[in-house]
Design a protein around this ligand. Structure first.
Ligand SMILES: *Cc1c(COP(=O)(O)O)cnc(C)c1O
Length: 234
């Protein structure tokens, strides 16, 4: 995409975030934009950086590893949002800043180990399955408490909140209840805040359902196609 298209798309997404926050009585500063650059070339990421965007999300471990190695800008904040593979965490642990898609305690253990070897701290979000679609991933709501308890004493991974993906539908109003569920889980699990677990963030909302997600309390929206255009594959 052209420099201008990407810059304009970023501006209009930021405006939509501001408008939605304002009408929902929320402070726009409480919602950050993660630009999902999966499948898109490095040059598109560089154009977005030039336009002032610093948070990027990727959903494949190898693709993230390659992009982190080629884009040297130290101010970029990298988010991993896809399926984790235990044996590949070591390849991203020296640079990734956030991992949104932690659905099992064993991943937190491995992230803590590898981040420790790199002498850095990685922020994690626990992904909860809030939709009926099994392939969306995430832990069951009833498993959340034990996953949080497992992480309270880690030094190199901090659990900062929850992530969820709603069922894909044409009318995002239909999935408002799924976002409400994630917000309720977020509120009801604040009692597990201890040591390295401090639930402050809710990563929810994509291009199609961003508005509803912000109205229901999202603090991080993950937006791909509205910034970089349609993808040929995921
Ligand atoms: C691809 C992806 C997104 C962004 O999707 P868009 O519909 O293009 O905004 C957000 N979150 C996750 C986990 C994704 O895989």
């Amino acid at each position: 995409m052209s420099d201008q298209d990407i810059a304009q798309n970023l501006t209009s997404i930021q405006q939509k975030i501001e408008q939605t926050c304002t009408s929902a009585g929320r402070d726009p500063k409480d919602v950050s934009l993660v630009a999902v650059s999966k499948t898109k070339p490095n040059e598109d990421i560089l154009k977005a950086i030039t336009a002032g965007q610093l948070h990027f999300g990727e959903n494949r471990m190898k693709e993230l590893e390659d992009k982190m190695a080629s884009i040297k800008n130290a101010d970029v904040v990298w988010h991993f949002i896809g399926n984790l593979q235990t044996n590949k965490i070591k390849y991203i642990a020296d640079r990734v800043n956030w991992i949104h898609s932690v659905e099992k305690a064993k991943y937190l253990k491995e992230i803590n180990k590898r981040a420790g070897q790199a002498n850095r701290v990685i922020n994690a979000l626990i992904q909860v399955n809030i939709s009926d679609e099994k392939q969306k991933g995430g832990c069951k709501p009833e498993d959340l408490a034990s996953i949080l308890e497992s992480a309270q004493n880690y030094d190199f991974v901090k659990v900062k909140g929850l992530m969820g993906m709603a069922t894909f539908v044409d009318d995002p109003e239909e999935v408002r209840s799924e976002f409400k569920l994630l917000k309720e889980l977020f509120d009801s699990h604040q009692k597990y805040n201890e040591g390295s677990v401090q639930l402050e963030h809710l990563s929810m909302g994509m291009t199609n359902d961003m508005k509803v997600a912000i109205e229901e309390g999202s603090t991080m929206v993950r937006i791909g196609s509205a910034i970089f255009g349609e993808r040929n594959y995921d």
